[in-house]
Design a binder for this molecule. Sequence first.
Ligand code: VG1
Ligand code: CO
Length: 550
Amino acid sequence: MKIIVTPSQPYSDQKPGTSGLRKKVKIFQQEHYLENFVQSLFDTLVVPNDAVLVVGGDGRYHNRQAIQTIISMAAANGFTRVLIGQGGILSTPAASHVIRKYKTFGGMVLSASHNQGGIHGDFGIKYNIGNGGPAPEKITDEVFAKSKVIAEYKISDLPLVDIDTIGETQFAGAVSDQTFTVQVIDAVQDYADLMQSLFDFKAIRQLLASGFEMKFDAMHAVTGPYAKEIFVNRLGASTDSLMNCEPSEDFGGGHPDPNLTYAEELVKIMFAGENALDFGAASDGDGDRNMILGQNFFVTPSDSLAVLAANATLVPAYKNGIAGVARSMPTSGAVDRVAAKLNIPSFETPTGWKFFGNLMDAGQVTLCGEESFGTSSSHVREKDGLWAVLFWLNVIAVKQMSVEAILKAHWLEYGRNVYSRHDYEAIPTEAANSVIAHIKSQFSSLPGQVFGSYTVKLCDDFSYHDPIDGSVSNNQGIRVLFTDGSRIVFRLSGTGTEGATLRIYLEAYEPDSAKHHLDAQVALAEMIRIALQISQLVEKTGRVAPTVIT
Ligand code: VG1
Ligand code: CO
């Protein structure tokens, strides 16, 4: 193998966002674009001798090509072995597991997650460190700095590598008696084994054999093969209980985002009145998100986290209890109430899974979650869609209650944190910035102001002080807190690739069980009006309604 040092020009836009670098495929296809980013990353990491790298993606358009480039560059940058998911496919949680199980140096996941795929869609790349979790800001900031001044990258002259056949291919290294190995692995089995070690598969198998009807929607994305192995082969579910389980490069032309808007097909099945099934679930492009539905019933992700925390001891892996919980700041406080009752700590972190890693490594938390359909535990260092689905099935199998009954009982015990998120997607960046600036300009005047039945207590821009490594992350979202504990959060997305996406998160606590059945949009109507009044969003963006409501 020869190493070729190739001159290159820097790009100015390679700043990783909430979860890696995400851009339109066309941007990634520009000359040296991917190479520049990967070299900036390798230079930041300082690769030790004998380092092993995991590489896989969600199978979207450009995945296979990018993998070949990364293999070639890894060989030229000191890695001695690369582990590839068969066919170049690895879900995000499976990649995290592989990194941990084989104690590798780190891994790259090629995905733009829930963003659309195909040639006109998005592509993305994220780096996970040796604990299996997303690289912390310290690393991503340095990668960005390096990408702005890069002048050359190193690549080898390896031929195209077979990434479809399980097994190893060895190449002579650039230095004599060194070899470089590409190992194609079956990550589905590893991941399914991990799930089987955590949950009571026997109880779930019995539940599925008892007439309990479920449907899992992989949304034409990465979890299809994992779902077949777990639900059909290991849990005895019928093949009818799976839908859209063949991964495709453009996700069947859809938007692989498991929410009430984009998982339309599944939602129709689960809200079919008397014909609705008992349980429905979906996951996103790279398999780290989940949506849980009961019969004609939607579980908000914030509630899902709280229910899992409250019932954790019903699951074999957590039977001795959980150490603590963590949630992203915009996620509702429902899980905090559970933590208080269990007498365990609860942490509030900025949006993005990378902020949970330190807490899990330090053994301070076991369960973590985000309102954006992400839930997981310390079994990996990523959010994990199928894990959440199996957790719910395990809880249902033990409690023998419907999803709705579990939620109603939970609200009766803890009260309900009524919650909703309104997204305004692809608005002009300037308009979005002016909305944020307008809210910030009221920071000193808002406290004490009365809006209908609510009084503002305080507003700020959320800052996080990591209790483990002492790092500080500023500007993580604007919070408007009211005296009764309700709140509105405004935040600009860090994963969108078109203009700006403004998210408004709304939360109000309802202790009165007579009101627990109310639709969130109805219960939050006044908060929604206040959010629009404070932000002047309609006036400044011309948008009269959100793109997505969850
Ligand atoms: C969104 C979510 C955030 C999540 C991130 C990555 O980020 O809000 O909670 O961690 O996506 O999820 P943002 O910056 O657009 O709000 V995934 O499934 O794309 O890896
Ligand atoms: Co995802």
